[in-house]
Ligand binder design. Sequence first.
Ligand code: GLU
Length: 425
Amino acid sequence: MRPLIPDYLADVLSSCAEDDSGALATYIPELARADPNRFGVALSTVDGAVYCTGDSDTEFTIQSISKPFVYALALQDRGFDAVLDKIDVEPSGDPYNELSLEGSTGRPLNPMINAGALATHALIEPDGDVQARVERIVSGLSAFAGRELTIDEAAFESEVGTAYRNRALANMLRSYDNLVFEPLDVVRGYTRQCSVLVTTRDLAVMAATLANGGVSPVTGEHVISPRIVRQVLSVMTTCGMYDSAGDWLSTVGIPAKSGVSGGILGVLPGQSGLATFSPRLDGHGNSVRGVRAFERFSDQMGLHLMEVAPPARGVIRAEREVRMADGGLADVFSLQGAIRFAGAERVVRTLAEDTHLAPHVVFDVTYVFSVNRVAGAMLREVAQRIIADGHIVTIVDPEEILSITPDGGPLRLTRTVTEALGNKV
Ligand code: GLU
């Protein structure tokens, strides 16, 4: 069979390529020289399948798309308190290079605007050593991309020579004691961070690493923890698309980050990473074709985060009363799928409403493939409460997904329902 996803991506690419509106960023001289017609699209699944189409192996500078990843590294190096103490997480609604800091604390409003990104850059270990900090960032970004990335020296020189605005921001941070280093050193380091070369394929893999809870789908490396992923995705959701973050969230609904060189990366938690590259930008600084492509992905693939998930009703697959080998009666509840709070609540409610529960209760979780922390705790508590009411409870859990330890008494664990009912297997 001819694979389906590349055809779909190629279809999105060709329909969005018709739009040649927008303009190249010119404030960085090197970006003004980009080929405006380049267009790449890539998708990486969380299990490492990467689909690409168009100019997806063309290298360009990562620019602002580095910000969420360096924020992740700062959280990892310094911990949440130290980072939040320096940089807030409030959307600003202002352009990315706005000269603004929170009035009372002098903190940048968030790590996605330049003021916040400069402060974030300066938090990367090791202290004070400009070169080592950049090396740590390049190797961190490489871990996200699953390959060794390099810096475009020409782009760096081109930007750093005219980075007057960023110098002003760094000086302002320094004046509020938010920066302990020489402002110009921080601007140079940050500009090197923005000059790291990536392809659309790399961006899709970086996005998929976040989608996969911080584990690279291509190398298997644990790059950052799930708790840091959650923080980064939250900030991307509220602040990732310059001053059109609200519009983006309502129309596309995917945590994303875009950069002035024309890249956009989007994360579908638990599913995949998506990326586009096309250098012509709209008035907010987002790639025109990239925004169009993401709008199509979101609509056609049903990817909007706020798309309401199917109700948890289906968690109880079957409920039946059966006769056991010793003649006693058992109520067997077969559960299925992914159980989270709402699914577990359904189980709790069904049992609470059952006034004629048999002396023996069997929970069969053979077809349950995941139970989150709260649902696991609720189901274990249900078992204990039923036991307290005088019943015997058997959990059929061949994969030990519920982590129940049998107590040698009324709480039992088996691998099959047949065994639970006292028949030989
Ligand atoms: N290096 C660019 C700057 O600091 C990044 C801007 C962007 O991609 O939004 O101005």
